[in-house]
Design a protein around this ligand. Structure first.
Ligand code: ADP
Ligand code: ASP
Ligand code: MG
Length: 406
């Protein structure tokens, strides 16, 4: 007997018929003698609608009431899935985050899971029941509902798998695994049998939304066996594993992109000690995360340009901070641009091979694509380019690194 957490994404529970099909998937595991905890997302599109309602009435996305509203999509699918299971003769009950409870911190809209009480779920499992636990939601110390950030149901599922010592956490979605690049953009993307936690973590953090970053982080930390597979097809998915489980390491295993970027350039800031701190300190205080940064050496030793990127949704806030600090920073003007995309190549093979970044720069140069900002980590190279070149860049890089499917 195995213990499995099955998570179903929005398209997998898009309507009542899909939920019935999902119930059959859960039943199959139960019939095989396994214990199952099911974690549904909201129906596709529902969370977006709930977010729109909340923002349009003036509710901020970091408040308790925001979470009360946007967490409801998962409550609906949990109840429906429990009913669908009961109709198939499978014992099941919904168990909302406050009933488990799933304890989080108090950061509304982007809460972190602190602790999960396993007793209620254990009781249900011992009685042969399937607990259906809504993804995305938690309970904070102030006794209010929280949500875990967009795509957070993945994290709920992994956290439940860790808390319950599950043998596997299966993430069912609308693609049949993790690909070398987003299969919706790169027709020649190849499905990977396995990918390392580390690579998946980088891929998720630079935009591959197939798994939420925090879910991968948590799986890596707790050694959760994570699998991504299709709700709609009975084919093997992709396993996320430790590096030593992969025999043939590829130089580059994936290419990811994020359109959710904006670039700000401060023109002619003083080239003297303390300037970077004066800019990035107030941004951090305002909760604006800065990602890529480039600063030129000044030609005259006096002034230089400073360019950095932020998440697009934070652009207005960043601009407000920069305008407020104009006196202190002493720049001549600032330029902002949200028509940019960050494209990244990821692979643990980079650690031991030179020339990986160069191949990227050359491939982009061959297509006449200008690189605006570059950043690197041990297993990743990211570049910022104009958004209009997104598809061309990703496909060219996919070919340049020999990733295209035959
Ligand atoms: P769910 O609603 O099931 O959580 P998501 O939309 O969050 O599904 O994630 C699945 C989507 O992730 C796919 O439809 C695909 O377009 C996208 N995606 C991006 N990069 C990749 C990748 N490297 N491999 C597979 N899917 C990817
Ligand atoms: N429904 C939430 C969202 O759309 C959580 C999730 O689907 O993972 O972000
Ligand atoms: Mg998702």
């Amino acid at each position: 007997m195995a213990r499995i957490v099955q998570k179903f994404g929005g398209t997998s529970v898009a309507d009542v018929d899909h939920i019935k099909a999902v119930a059959h998937r859960v039943k199959r595991e139960v019939d095989a003698g396994n214990q199952v905890v099911a974690v549904p997302s909201a129906m596709a599109g529902v969370t977006n609608k709930l977010v729109d309602y909340t923002l349009s009435i003036g509710g901020a996305d970091d408040t308790g009431e925001y979470d009360v509203v946007v967490s409801t999509g998962e409550q609906v699918t949990s109840g429906l899935l429990a009913i669908a299971l009961q109709k198939l003769g499978v014992g099941a009950r919904s168990m909302l985050a406050w009933q488990v409870p799933i304890h989080t911190d108090s950061r509304h809209g982007r809460a972190r899971i602190m602790d999960i009480d396993r007793d209620q779920m254990e009781k249900a499992l011992a009685q042969g029941q399937v607990p259906v636990v809504p993804g995305f939601q938690g309970l904070c110390p102030e006794n209010r509902i929280t949500t875990l950030g967009r795509g957070g149901s993945d994290t709920s599922a992994v956290a439940l798998a860790a808390a319950l010592d599950a043998d596997r956490c299966d993430i069912y979605t609308d693609v049949d695994g993790i690909y070398t690049s987003d299969p919706r953009i790169v027709a020649k993307a190849r499905k990977l049998d396995k990918i390392t936690y580390e690579e998946m973590l980088e891929m998720a953090s630079v935009g591959a939304r197939v798994l939420q970053t925090r879910a991968v982080e948590m799986a890596m930390k707790h050694g959760v066996r994570l699998q991504v597979l299709s709700t709609f097809a009975d084919v093997a998915g992709t396993l996320v594993v430790d590096e030593d489980e992969i025999v043939e390491k590829e130089l580059v295993s994936g290419i990811a992109y994020s359109r959710d970027e904006a670039k700000i350039t401060l023109v002619a800031v003083a080239d003297k000690p303390g300037v970077a701190a004066a800019i990035f300190g107030p941004l951090a205080d305002a909760g604006v995360n800065v990602d890529m940064i480039v600063q030129n050496v000044s030609a005259d030793g006096k002034a230089t340009d400073l360019t950095f990127t932020v998440i697009e949704g934070y652009l207005d806030k960043a601009i407000r901070v920069i305008e407020e600090k104009r006196q202190d920073l002493g720049y001549s003007e600032f330029i902002s641009d949200s028509n940019v995309v960050k494209v990244s190549v990821i692979g643990v093979g980079m650690r031991s091979h030179a020339g990986v970044a160069q191949r990227m720069f050359q491939a982009l140069a061959d297509k006449g694509i200008n690189i605006q900002v570059i950043s690197t980590s041990e297993i990743k190279v990211s570049v910022l380019i104009a958004e209009e070149y997104t598809e061309l860049a990703i496909r060219s890089l996919h070919t340049a690194y020999g990733l295209d499917a035959d």
